[in-house]
Design a protein around this ligand. Structure first.
Ligand code: PMP
Length: 406
């Protein structure tokens, strides 16, 4: 499909929820940075698993168990291709980005980073890329440093370079900010880290449904994402890690599945990736995730990026014409996320009033309180766009917002 033949209405038809009326108005879903809606093929595949081949995976030899295992492992193959990992062993299923970051903090950082060493994050991180580092740093007496973010929402690369010392051992940085939409120059940052022997982790939660991810090209050591922000189910995510690093890391959780042999004298662990997948996983939703990736692949990430860029520019021009609106962050390289405040209307009231018109937006600190502090704000309203949104929806939103302001 080329961008010329791209028809958002054909895409919209695949999402049953988009036909819903909210408060007697057609739903306009602009809360995609919190979670995206799910196409029918994802919903049906989960239904099919439970109604046709529900069974636990890996251990069973009966037909249902084999089918469930096959489908579950099929998703791992698709993810591996999607992010271009060297091997499927480098793809570990988790509950989502948050669990992925905690896995890396508990297994890698706890064991390979010493007292007095330094970890760098940035001021625009989501709480899930702040708090696990604070916890592990406190426990192990590691120093946590934060990269400055400019007023326009861009990362301060000079400050990043200044923060690096011979004690810096780890960088954990967001690819695309869920609050500002900023796309960070992560390839450049990873290159700088490689020259300084710093291990890198990329929080790809807000990036993976909007731009192509190639972990080999990026040369990052870890990459984490969540399926629910990619048209997939909640409760599924992945950690990508370079095989040689994952091999050295101890398991994150103990239990079934992650073992080779259990003995009261000595237990040995399973091979990659199963060493990190203790217990019965979220089988049905992992299977559903495969369909979400097919949905994205069928449109093509290049087409998605092009269409979303057009939509972002359209929204940006329309919002700039609204008197009394203040957009937070206007990075040169950003996706369709607009955090804003409106003079004299609290963002919370804005959210409720727009909901009465059928428009779903997010209000609050977006799990980025330090960033809000930086901008002297308690919170903002946020519009975040996805592949099924249209210019008509933006027009409708602008019309309703103008009416509220007036
Ligand atoms: N990082 C970023 C940039 C995010 O946008 C989110 C989700 N909003 C997370 C981390 C956390 O993801 P999850 O809640 O799926 O674990």
């Amino acid at each position: 499909m080329s961008i010329k033949s791209f028809n958002p209405n054909r895409i919209r038809n695949k999402f049953p929820i988009l036909n819903k009326k909210i408060n007697n108005n057609q739903l306009v879903y602009f809360d995609n940075a919190a979670t995206t809606q799910k196409p029918i093929q994802v919903i049906e595949s989960i239904n099919k698993y439970y109604s046709e081949y529900n069974a636990n995976i890996h251990r069973g030899i009966h037909t249902l168990a084999e089918k469930a295992t096959q489908e579950y492992e099929k998703t791992r193959k698709t993810v591996s291709k999607f992010i271009n990992s060297r091997s499927e062993k480098e793809v570990i299923f988790t509950r989502g980005t948050t669990e992925g970051i905690n896995l890396i903090a508990s297994s890698f950082v706890k064991n390979f980073i010493k007292k007095g060493d330094e970890i760098i994050i940035s001021e625009m991180e989501h709480h899930s890329n702040i708090v696990p580092w604070q916890m592990i740093c406190e426990e192990n007496e590691i120093i946590l440093k934060t990269i400055n973010v400019f007023e326009n929402g861009e990362i301060d690369l000079d400050n990043f370079k200044e923060l690096i010392s011979n004690k810096t051992k780890f960088l954990s940085i967001v690819h695309t900010s869920n609050t500002l939409g900023t796309v960070n120059p992560i390839k450049e940052m990873i290159e700088i880290c490689k020259k300084n022997n710093i291990i890198t982790m990329i929080d790809g939660a807000q990036a993976s449904a909007h731009s192509k991810i190639d972990v080999q090209d990026l040369n990052c050591d870890f990459f984490v994402l969540s399926a629910h922000k990619m048209y997939g189910p909640t409760g599924v995510g992945i950690v990508y890690g370079k095989e040689e690093i994952l091999e050295k890391m101890p398991p994150y959780m103990g239990g079934g599945e992650m073992i080779k042999d259990v003995n009261f004298k000595k237990t040995t662990y399973n091979e990659l990736p199963y060493k990190f997948e203790a217990g019965t996983p979220n089988i049905g939703d992992v299977i559903g995730f495969n369909e979400a990736l097919s949905f994205i692949n069928n449109i093509g990430l290049d087409n998605i990026s092009l269409y979303e860029k057009e939509l972002k520019n359209y929204a940006s021009n329309s919002f700039n014409e609204i008197e009394g609106i203040n957009i937070i962050g206007n990075s040169k390289n950003k996706i369709g996320i607009f955090s804003f405040t409106v003079d004299k209307i609290h963002y919370y009231d804005l959210g409720l009033l727009l909901d009465s018109k059928g428009i779903a937006i997010r209000t609050g600190h977006h799990c980025t309180q330090p960033l809000m502090d930086k901008f002297n704000l308690e919170g903002t309203a946020r519009v975040s766009l996805a592949i099924y949104n249209t210019k008509n929806e933006i027009d409708y939103f602008v019309e309703k917002l103008k009416q509220l302001i007036n």
